[in-house]
Ligand binder design. Structure first.
Ligand code: SF4
Length: 360
């Protein structure tokens, strides 16, 4: 089944197009001070290798902006500078080659400052992301945080840029409350055609973060809302990139090279079989040996790892390659619908690898 994406105005962040007909992109953020240039470069390269398509860095001083030049020499992924309050840092970041800015124009004081910034960004075609979080809504002004006030706060900043004739805008409206985030993005999407960066803020870590982010990002993307995503996860940012990539692949928003079907196992599984370990070994083999080729050839394979001879053979037969647990620590190998042989579980990963080779 297909879903249809809302029409948005494309913006260019270096080589990355956000919105329009461009595929939904995924982004991340470094979590070390930019002044640690070597470590920052290493982290950006790692995030790029994991699948990030844009990396954001926090710049806190004008001096921080100077490092952009050095970093840009070593990386090929577009970079976004995250700046608060001081438009002069943004001007410096532009001077040193940044591809995108995240700054809220309502926080940078005088109108002339905004005009100066917009002029510099326009000259080099640098988009500006306005990012409103539940924590940044002015409670004195709006009374409380709710979807309407989140959108009103974002619109204030949008209006400032529009009044300057600037429309190369991306907007993010995030809360740690799932429904609030979903509803605010729905409201904003009905009011403007700017691309939307979606995700939660302060989503925590590990399983809870992945579940909450998947629910929000999945819901919005299935409604056609969202042009770029970030899973904001506490800890190593490589984990959030992996999670975001899988959300896009499993949700059907981008090509998925392989699917592993594995049963939860039950009392029918032979006690000498460790289905979880087998599944992990199969996935790691597919990732290291076949993922790249599958993506290049735009081919998809399904591999089933099933626990027993009762329900296992059905799934294993439907998959391109599969195994179903048998007795005495053995498994039955299936390929392209046919039963091939019975073998020891310790030989299963190698046998699956050979069958995938034959299949491809
Ligand atoms: S496939 Fe077999 S072992 Fe796995 S859950 Fe189903 S019945 Fe249990």
């Amino acid at each position: 089944m297909n879903y249809s994406r809302r029409k948005t105005i494309p913006v260019h962040a270096g080589s990355l197009i956000i919105g329009g007909d461009a595929p939904i992109s995924l982004q991340s953020m470094t979590n070390i001070p930019v002044s640690q240039v070597k470590e920052t470069i290493e982290q950006i390269i790692r995030l790029h290798e994991e699948g990030a398509q844009l990396v954001r860095l926090a710049l806190r001083t004008e001096d921080d902006a100077r490092y952009i030049k050095e970093i840009k020499k070593e990386v090929t992924i577009p970079l976004c500078a995250d700046i608060h309050f001081n438009y002069k840092i943004a001007l410096k970041a532009i001077e040193y080659g940044i591809d995108k800015l995240r700054i809220n124009p309502g926080n940078i004081g005088e109108k002339e400052n905004v005009i100066t910034l917009v002029k510099a960004a326009s000259e080099l075609n640098i988009p500006i992301r306005i990012g409103v979080n539940s924590g940044s809504v002015d409670i004195k002004k709006y009374g409380e945080v709710n979807p309407q006030t989140l959108v009103a706060s974002a619109m204030e900043h949008v209006q400032i840029l529009e009044d300057c004739g600037f429309t190369s805008i991306v907007v993010s409206i995030k809360s740690s409350d799932l429904l609030q985030t979903i509803e605010a993005n729905r409201i904003f999407a009905s009011q403007r055609q700017y691309p939307i960066h979606i995700g939660l803020t302060e989503a925590g870590y590990g399983t809870d973060c992945i579940i909450a982010s998947s629910m929000v990002i999945g819901t919005l993307l299935y409604e056609g809302i969202g042009d770029t995503i970030r899973v904001s996860m506490t800890g190593d940012p490589a984990n959030e990139v992996r999670a975001a990539k899988r959300i896009l692949e499993i949700g059907g928003f981008r090509f998925r090279p392989y699917t592993i079907i594995a049963c939860p196992t039950c009392g029918r599984t032979d006690t000498k079989l460790d289905i979880l370990q087998l599944t992990q070994e199969v996935e790691s083999m597919v990732k290291s040996h076949f993922e790249k080729t599958l993506i290049e050839k735009h081919r998809h394979i399904t591999i089933a790892v099933m626990g027993c001879e009762v329900n296992g053979p059905g799934e294993a037969r439907h998959a391109d390659v599969g195994i179903a647990g048998a007795r005495d620590g053995k498994v039955v190998l299936f390929a392209r619908g046919e039963k091939k042989k019975i073998l020891k579980a310790s030989e299963a990963v190698k046998a699956i690898e050979e069958e995938i080779h034959a299949y491809l």
